[in-house]
Structures are given as C-alpha cells and as structure tokens.
Design a protein around this ligand. Sequence first.
Ligand code: KG4
Ligand code: ZN
Length: 334
Amino acid sequence: MKVLGIETSCDETGIALYDNKEGLLAHALYSQVETHQQYGGVVPEIASRDHVRKVLPLIEETLKEAGCALSDIDGIAYTAGPGLVGALLVGASIGRSLAFGLNIPSVAVHHMEGHLLAPLLEENPPEFPFVALLVSGGHTQLIEVSALGQYRLLGESVDDAAGEAFDKTAKLLGLPYPGGPALAALAKKGQPGRFTLPRPMVNRPGLDFSFSGLKTAVRTLVSKETMDEQTTADVAHAFEKAVVDTLAIKCKRAMAQTGLKRLVVAGGVSANETLRSTLKKNMEEHSVSVYYPRHEFCTDNGAMIAFAGCKRLEQGLQEPLAINVKARWPLEEI
Ligand code: KG4
Ligand code: ZN
C-alpha cells in the first residue's frame, strides 16, 4: 500500500510517499523560515498562503522522485491538527479532495502521533510499549505508548513548550528566528558553569514541566550582565543545560514510574545534540534504550504523516466525505 503524506500544520510544507512493503519511497520539504524571519515568528496568514503555493508542486516532485503516478497511490494521509487552523486546512482540503478524485481512502493524522511514530521509520525501530518524550515548538509531553493509538499522558508543560522556551530565549539573546538551532549552536561556545539557571519543577513530584520561569530567569540575567559575545554564549549554554537536565530528570522519573525500558524522543527539540548525548548517557545507566528519528525527521516533515497515516489505514480507519481540522486536539482523544 502506497500512502501519500501531507504536512502543513505550521511553517513547513512536507510531502512524502510511504509504501508499507518497501518503506519510504520519496519525500520533499519546503521550509518557510526565511519568509517568517523578518517578523520574528510565524505569521499564520502568510503560512497558509505559502502552503497553497507549495503543496501541489511538492506532490508532483515527490511522485516524480519515487517514479510513481497519482494512480499508484492507495491512500492519502494529512495532518488534521493540532496546529494553525488556516495552514491545516490547506493540507486537509487538498488531501481529502485528491483522495475523493482518485476514489481512494484518506485519513486525518494527529501531528504529535506523527512525531511519536517517526523513530519507527528508522532501522532497529522500537517495539511497543515505550515512553515517548515529545518536545516541539508547541508541546512538551511524556506519553506512555502501549500500542498504536493507545496513548496515556504522563505529564506535560503547564506553560511554554521546550521549543517555545528555546525560541523565546533566543529572541532575548538577539538571535534570529527560529531560535532553537541558533541558540544550540551558540551554546557550544559557552563556558560551562559560569552561570547556573534553575531546573524548574524538578523538586516537585510528578511529570509535568514548566519553562516560562526559566525564560524569566534569563531575562533577569541579561538585564544584569554586559552582554558581549562570550557572555551571550555562556547564558545560552546555561539555558540549554537547564532545559536538557530538566527533561532528563523527568524522563528518568517516567521510566521508573512505568517500569518500561524503551524511550522514544521526538519533535523539533529532539534534534538538539546536548539533549541526545545527555539522555543517551543517563538512560544507558538505567538499561533504557533511547530511540530518535533521523535529524531531518525530528522537525516537521511529510514522512512521519505518511507513515502514521499508513498505520491508521492498515487498521481500517478512514475519513468520511468531509474536511475537518482541529487547532487543539489532545493526543489521548484519537
Ligand atoms: O516539531 P517542530 O518542527 O514543530 C512543531 O511541531 O512545533 O519543532 C520546532 C521547534 C522549534 O521551537 C525549534 O526552535 C526547535 O523545535 N528546535 C530546536 C532545535 N532544532 C529545532 N531546539 C533546540 N535545539 C535544536 N537543535
Ligand atoms: Zn511538529
């Protein structure tokens, strides 16, 4: 079964063709980062209009790369939420209509389920059950994954998501949007131990996170220090370390609480090298195996949507003849 995946939930147009026997056949991505950079963040209306321009050419490009025609597609998967409603509607409208025109099934995919299943596209994929740490621009969640579609929320951020904290702190430090990768690059030049920032909520029981206080702590530090190049790098280093340590402490707690031995880490922030190396070290000490998507599939992409959609279609799930998207959509409700 060949499934076309369409991702348009935010500022990336992602298209992919996945075959349940042959694996990923082709994928294409267009990032709107440069378009939004001048505004310091994503402008929803501009995002929607850009998806309209890019979706069809990218579908053609993907099919060409795979050596396939529209008539070879057996199903279409599109992100139906959570995300920017106008942006979501572009992928959903095109996906649902194309499936109607081709007389094939379509399936609405939850964006975070896409992220959560992305490591299953890799060699040696994790088996169920596992714990998933989802760290993106909109979400920070720990989820107990018993099987496909069986998700129990163990904890989540009560305020900013980890990626959002990276982006807002980067802005405070004068770095361009999107701040996460820029801050991570700068943190590499930082002097370890010059500044120490709080690890929010680690002394409280439970698996929830809070990152907005950390951002405030950075603001206070920035207002006190002379922010030359080295000091900026030192603050970036301290911030990254505080976020990574906090995530690692909660992951350790989640593994102990569930007794599971596999941890999946996905979403944009899972591309962060310090997070990857810290978790690898901490988890190995507890005989827990850690699984990540390849770098390009940590951030938004069409491959994870094609894959999650294929799994859903295999289960016999499909959309009625209607176009529905949800800006907010709890993962436990799917
Ligand atoms: O999953 P994603 O592409 O989009 C959402 O679903 O939100 O995640 C984007 C987020 C942004 O906040 C971005 O700054 C962050 O992931 N990010 C990173 C890194 N790469 C992307 N944060 C820290 N370090 C990175 N290397
Ligand atoms: Zn995402």
